[in-house]
Design a protein around this ligand. Structure first.
Ligand code: ZN
Length: 200
């Protein structure tokens, strides 16, 4: 016997419950909030959800999120193109941007090496980074992966790949407590970590 398709309310509750930090109770509360909300408000939310999947894509150069070909940072002529800061995810880039002191460009790896989860270099944008460095004009690559076992392993892997290209490879200072994920570090900590970066 085929299972009955879920009703609209149960379906929304189920989808909301998949979001991080949203338990079944909250999912239910949000669902009832949306059922009671103005049609316009709910459609605006649906539109915004659709837009992040249809309009957002990775930047051609740095893999940051963008709605165009190049992201706003890569397009900004005031940024220093000789320095590339390598991060795991767009949210790490956002955290560093919030710190407000870094004026170079970025490269978003799209994750970190995790052999146990079968995430090898081919799943990251390592090739793109290598191409950018080999194209010339880059003087420094700052490894800003998270100070976790996998983040450190990724930084080491990438720095080995860059050895021989002549580029200076540095890493964030250990002002960040070990295990602190970049996106949760405060802006001053990140500014200090950038300021105190050292040669890898
Ligand atoms: Zn970009």
């Amino acid at each position: 016997m085929a299972t009955e398709p879920l009703g609209a309310i149960a379906r929304l509750t189920q989808e909301l419950g998949k979001l991080p930090g949203i338990g079944p109770k909250t999912a239910e509360r949000l669902t009832h909030h949306l059922v009671a909300a103005e049609r316009q408000e709910v459609l605006a939310l649906a539109d915004a959800l659709k837009a992040i999947k249809e309009a957002i894509r990775p930047c051609r150069q740095c893999y940051n999120l963008t709605e165009g070909d190049l992201c706003a940072i890569c397009r900004d002529g005031r940024r220093d193109p000789t320095v590339i800061c390598v991060v795991e995810q767009p949210r790490d880039l956002a955290a560093l941007e919030k710190a407000g002191t870094y004026r170079g460009l970025y490269h978003v790896l799209g994750g970190r090496l995790a052999p146990l989860d079968n995430i090898g270099p081919e799943k990251l944008t390592v090739d793109g980074l290598l191409r950018r460095v080999k194209a010339g004009g880059v003087h420094e690559v700052i490894m800003a992966t998270n100070p976790t076992l996998e983040g450190d392993g990724t930084a080491l892997y990438v720095s080995n790949l860059l050895a021989g290209t002549g580029v200076r490879v540095t890493r964030l200072a250990r002002g960040l407590p070990s295990g602190t994920v970049l996106e949760f570090a405060n802006s001053q900590m990140l500014a200090d970590a950038l300021e105190g970066r050292r040669v890898f």
